[in-house]
Design a protein around this ligand. Sequence first.
Ligand code: DC
Length: 237
Amino acid sequence: MSTQKIIVAIDGYSSCGKSTLAKELATKLKYSYIDSGAMYRAITLYFLRNHVDFSDHSKVLDAIANINISFVYNEQTQNSDIHLNDENVAPYIRDMIISEKVSEVAAIREVRSFAVAQQKRMGRKKGIVMDGRDIGTAVFPDAELKIFMTADPEVRVMRRFKEMYETNPHITIDEVRHNLELRDYIDSTREESPLHRADDAILLDNSGLTKEEQLKIVLNWVTEKITPTPKGATPQY
Ligand code: DC
């Protein structure tokens, strides 16, 4: 097994399957996985619960001072849950009410500085896979491997719809489509670290790929970035 640890930065549009890939990759490599979008969602949850007027920068700063976010490993699900001030908020952050506001909150400079500073600290020891919108451009501009994911918009809508339908059978495909289009628009046109492909990011269009196929492709990219494998030898992770 290679002992060289790298940082893998995965960015892309909403519902491209970034989290699925990032999680599987981290498990395979025995790296930590950080879902940076979950942090913006947890901050949004705090703002909504506490009626923070996020058009007011000083109120945003006051609120942020009271927010503590951590990722806590859950033995049962074998995943990390996001905790907001010691409460496991993983069950709430995917609700539509959060999805409707999160891009607006994530566009606020003070919110981004707070989240990005924590994300940078998490990557200090490397051995991390992080997914989001600005990981390869702002959080880890020196990441050894940067991937920019994309997929056909209708494929993304149906993926997100199936995911949301499990917890909310009243959701409609049009609602999901509208939310994805709006978030993509806000995420890629905002002033602060807008979503764009880093010059050195590899493009991965997974519209026609199975999870297994995409994982295999990315594991090969990881192999190329770490100690070169002698010709003919099978890479070990
Ligand atoms: O990946 P997601 O859909 O859970 O992300 C939620 C929102 O957070 C998304 O609309 C954009 C924002 N986000 C961001 O601005 N920067 C990141 N690194 C991750 C997410």
